[in-house]
Design a protein around this ligand. Sequence first.
Ligand code: GDP
Ligand code: IMO
Ligand code: MG
Length: 428
Amino acid sequence: MPAAVIIGAQWGDEGKGKATDLLAGRIDYVVKFNGGNNAGHTVVIGDEKYALHLLPSGILTDGVTPVIANGVVIDIEVLFGELEALSARGVDVSKLLISANAHVITHYHRTLDKVTERFLGKRQIGTTGRGIGPTYADKINRVGIRIQDLFDENILRQKVEAALDQKNHLLVKVFNRRAISVDEIVDDLLSYAERLRPMVADTALVLHEALERGETVLFEGGQATMLDVDHGTYPFVTSSNATAGGAATGSGIGPNRIDRVIGIVKAYTTRVGAGPFPTELFDESGEFLRKTGFEFGTTTGRPRRCGWYDAPIARYTARINGVTDFVMTKLDVLTGLERIPVCVAYDVDGQRFDELPVSQSDFHHATPIYEEFPGWSEDISGARSFEDLPKNAQDYVLAIEAMSGARISAIGVGPGRDAIVVRHDLLD
Ligand code: GDP
Ligand code: IMO
Ligand code: MG
């Protein structure tokens, strides 16, 4: 079992951290390949709760080598903050490897993220404000700063000068903000260089060699399919490829190395930030899901928008990523509902769509066509095998499995590490 990818199947916060933690005892490397500290992955171990942002969740498991690969954007201050906080809690962070090719989030990226959002007004995306979009934009515009630039002051200064030349015009003349000085940025970045140096590696080569030795590599995706810059609800997306293909480009391994793609899907749907969300609930059912599921952002604390399960989205995710297995999380949150609606198709102006409409305008006013399933009232948090679940909960899972495009191999019944029902081995 050489390489597996974990991806978000909806709009994020499906429980990717928990799924990674579940597998971490059986892997050698855990790789973050996209995004940055916009992610918030929660792992609950006993009474301890960890929220990982820039670091992959597998770092919590002894013996696993964590890797931040080339596809990630790194806020170095956040990186050291997170490393120190984990060290203080007794986590061994000494094995972390960082790609020399990863891009760096600077002060001007964070500033631009925030002022751009303010400028968009009603049309804003609701970003996490961490500088993610502007940093990826610089990467594509070929004016980004990479980790390796921190080890060549001359190059670093030239690149920061080039980047700020345009940006300062924008900041001052368009956004009415103060100009940012080249020295300020260069000095700040250089101050981290020596601390970073021992962690920096040719991570693509490291992963290649690990795979050649027959070791197991798990790619932990950030964000989710519907937030992917190519396949999500553009422009209401993040700026990276959060889908399985991103694991190859974002780390430098060949796509044929990946033989398991594990989609993490909630038993209902949530979304943070703006953009279309057909099954969104504005009534007491939505409030029930938010309260019972504790649906507040791990990164920004924002209340998450909540809605019913959307099967066309699951099918889309299964197809775009080549999902081999789904992990369905938070089934326990649905306990106590009399009936549970599931979106099986959309209605757009009287026309039925069984798959996602190709036009974003159509998707914006798609209304769900629901099929309802009977609920259950038994506490399922202690279930550890499929047979432990009440019949109606089993039927709900089986019905969803039949419409979602891949088997549901594990079912989350609580936030804790052990609160899971495994039906099929995810790595075998
Ligand atoms: P991620 O970004 O995909 O890693 O997900 P988040 O950590 O942002 O959000 C998922 C939340 O659901 C976290 O608070 C988890 O502790 C919690 N969680 C994960 N799986 C389950 C589950 O099966 N049941 C319940 N009740 N909570 C879960
Ligand atoms: P995890 O990995 C949920 C959302 C933001 C916003 C959009 C763009 O925890 O699932 P960005 O700051 O990336 O430019 O914001 O994407 N977003 C997430 N929503 N979970 C995440 O990560 C997210 N990362 C970004 O709310 O709508
Ligand atoms: Mg999250």
